[in-house]
Design a protein around this ligand. Sequence first.
Ligand SMILES: Cc1cc2nc3c(=O)[nH]c(=O)nc-3n(C[C@H](O)[C@H](O)[C@H](O)COP(=O)(O)OP(=O)(O)OC[C@H]3O[C@@H](n4cnc5c(N)ncnc54)[C@H](O)[C@@H]3O)c2cc1C
Length: 497
Amino acid sequence: MNRNVQEDLKQLDSILKQHGLSRRDALKIMGLGGAGVMVGGTTEASAATTLKASDAKGKILIIGGGLSGVATAAKLSNSLSNPDITIIEPNPKSVSYQPGNTLIGAGIWTKDDVTYETKDFLPSGVKWIQDKAVEFNPTANEVKTAKGEVVKYDFLVIAAGLVNDFGMIKGLEEVGEVYTSSADDAVKAKKILGQNGICSVYFTEGAVDTWTQMQKFVADAKSGKKVTGVFAEPHTPFKCGGAQKKITNLVDARLNEAGARANANLEFLTNGKKLFGVPEYHTAIEGQMKARNVNVRYEHKFTEVDLVNKIAKFEKHWEVKGAWDEDLEEFTMETKTEAVDVKYDFCHVIAPSKAPNEIAKSPLGSEKGWVPVNIQTMQHVTFPNVFALGDIAAVPLGKTGGSARKQYAVLCANLISLMEGKEMTAKYEGYTVCPLITSIGTVMLAEFKWKDVAAGTGAVAAPSFPLDPTQERWIYWLLKVYLLKPMTMYGMLPGRA
Ligand SMILES: Cc1cc2nc3c(=O)[nH]c(=O)nc-3n(C[C@H](O)[C@H](O)[C@H](O)COP(=O)(O)OP(=O)(O)OC[C@H]3O[C@@H](n4cnc5c(N)ncnc54)[C@H](O)[C@@H]3O)c2cc1C
């Protein structure tokens, strides 16, 4: 793991040197002067241990050993004098750096850049049950695993991520549900995705195949064929809201590189009315799409794929003024729909997402499946000794690694307060971040948070750096490609940042 990340940092240093910059200078330009770990500080995860702060006791059970689960285990291990922590995670391979999938999909990284062993991240002393949690009995404080083990807890943290439900798109039923980290699901998905122009970077094997499909698409365009690429956003919340835009921009970049852009029509379709919740980011992205000659269509729900004839099918929807409502004294609004077919040569799919069924349908889930928490404290709304974070938590705008990075610190502080019998004071404010790749070499760093923090509604820009966040910048490309992974591996996963 260290060798892999050290290699990234070495490459970064050599690029910076060509531009007369040191790593320290680059971090200062990015406003990351405090990221000491990246400027020659220790790189040993084991050195993360901080002063043992709390003597609070209790058996803590964490469901899911991905990004949020491991970071939470590490921070709690660092902060308790006598930690008693168990993680239930079925997969031997870690999916802790999924942002890398986008880079794999465009041939910038390879699978090796994001392939890690789960065991390499588990803090020492944390017990690992390599199994799947399948039954939850929060009144008895018990969880049952697929192999039948019953695990008792005093405090439970749910960090099980989300499931990509490709089966919600007609034509992709055979792909069905794909857990991001499941090797078996990847084998099943690869029978359809990654063939004949249809692909998805939402699992690592799928990202590898996306690059193969992208190269074929570019080669076809270069040979003089007129081709169409379709990029559709799902109608459910999904992780990394910028992912489809990044893939669109990367395809555009690869076509330009090959001198073949003129032969390709790129279609971006979204179910929503906007490209981004923050108005200035929406305007900036709309401008970027226009400059790249990408055709954007709003209010198009992706419903079906005809794999044989290579047609992506959508339900276009819009509202019209209906009858006058005497009681409300206003016009009712009626939804109109129309079927829209788009023939494709390349189609990148992001599946509709949901919480894993075993949790969504348990007493800890909700009608929509996501685990309902107090969005500021991360505590379950019904069971006070249960917390949730990351993709599975019912937190608006919360499905990114960037939001998990803020949430896990809040959750750990509040869980320790609860264990100590004190008031919970740490609060999550809805921060999230999307390093939006706009070309090979530029990124727009869209950071934002809730407008109304108490209600968790709206979205406003929340730049950490003293630079206009709507601008595409080379320096943020370096951050995205070379620094965010080491920051995750050495900062977040050891529970330090
Ligand atoms: C293509 C792509 C690009 C992205 N780009 C960015 C980006 O640029 N910036 C950013 O901040 N974020 C990005 N993200 C999002 C980010 O990766 C996720 O938000 C983050 O990984 C969520 O962490 P998590 O711990 O909630 O879930 P995960 O890291 O997915 O971990 C969940 C874990 O729970 C386990 N699990 C599931 N069910 C069970 C069960 N029943 N029992 C036990 N264990 C279970 C799974 O095996 C898995 O290991 C991207 C994601 C993708 C797919």
